[in-house]
Design a protein around this ligand. Structure first.
Ligand SMILES: [Zn+2]
Length: 312
């Protein structure tokens, strides 16, 4: 049975050899030589979505967009939201602010040039907006982004900001307000566990994941799910890496497609941008409640919406 709340579905569009877990300068220097599989894997996702009539947000890496312009246009032509995954997939934790600015500017311009539509959203490689890279948030505002989906409110060895708000909220940066759209998590006892997608989507048996998502959904916030095209590609060439990275990357790849189909049958999804339209007021209230400068946040965010720069 369909529920009242519509959730956000997103995909980080990158090649299987670009993932941070297997990153090395040597591998980076060989990107041009590896077999490209991103187009056929993304088309598989587009096909699944179109059969269900579901729209989603695609955070496309600039490096991929430059080489697969037709794919970017197809994503937009099929009614999906185009958003940015940055250009070169360098972790923000390895970038200086100037490098980050160049990266997010270059990717936004490229995507907008190819598709002819505005890009509002950004997601960092491996969710690397963490405590020490919060400087990235005002830069996103300055570069014309309206929302970010990079802060994962969990503990993890490579990313995460434990204690960050686990639901949609407005962040008042030094350069103006920015919506933050964190991937879904669920607090169980003292632990906050990720239930949003990626390795976790493949780790839990589907009935357990469904149960966790149903509990999270009952709290009233939209779920924010994410997957990568390479997660639907069990045939992809194997890469060398640490034991943990290898387990995380290759676990249950042969089950992702069937799980995604079940997820699409069990929960209603749309683009992140569409969910921002519907959570706006809740978001403002919560952000005001959670922030010491309540009036300021609400006032600035309201003006932001009223000027037409937001998603109201
Ligand atoms: Zn990525």
């Amino acid at each position: 049975m369909k529920r009242g709340r519509v959730h956000a579905l997103s995909f980080d569009v990158e090649e299987h050899f670009q993932v941070s877990a297997f990153w090395s300068d040597e591998r980076r220097s060989k990107w041009e030589t590896y077999e490209s599989r991103v187009e056929r894997n993304t088309e598989k996702i587009l096909d699944l979505l179109s059969r269900r009539g579901v729209r989603a947000t695609f955070f496309v890496l600039g490096w991929v967009a430059k080489r697969h312009r037709g794919l970017v246009r197809t994503i937009v032509d099929q009614g999906h939201e185009l958003a940015s995954h940055g250009y070169g997939h360098e972790l923000i934790t390895n970038q200086h602010p100037d490098q980050f600015r160049d990266d997010v500017r270059k990717s936004k311009q490229l995507l907008e040039d190819i598709a002819g539509v505005p890009v509002h959203g950004y997601r960092a490689p491996s969710f690397t907006i963490v405590a020490q890279t919060r400087w990235a948030l005002p830069i996103l505002v300055e570069e014309g982004y309206h929302y970010d989906s990079s802060i994962f409110p969990i503990r993890h060895d490579r990313y995460g900001m434990p204690g960050a708000l686990p639901y949609y909220h407005c962040i008042e940066t030094a350069s103006g307000p920015l919506w933050e759209v964190p991937p879904s998590t669920l607090k169980i006892g003292p632990l906050r566990i990720p239930i949003a997608g990626g390795g976790y989507f493949r780790l839990f048996p589907y009935p357990i994941l469904r149960r966790l998502l149903t509990i999270a959904e009952a709290k009233g916030d939209p779920l924010v799910m994410y997957l990568h095209p390479w997660e639907l590609d069990p045939e992809q060439p194997r890469m060398d890496g640490s034991w943990l990275s290898t387990v995380r990357h290759y676990l249950n790849l042969d089950k992702t497609e069937a799980r995604l189909k079940r997820l699409l049958a069990d929960f209603p999804f749309t683009t992140i941008r569409n969910t921002l339209d519907t959570v706006g007021q809740v978001c403002l209230k919560r952000a005001g409640f959670a922030n010491r400068s309540n009036v300021n946040v609400q006032d600035r965010a309201s003006r932001y919406r009223a000027t037409g720069n937001g998603h109201a």
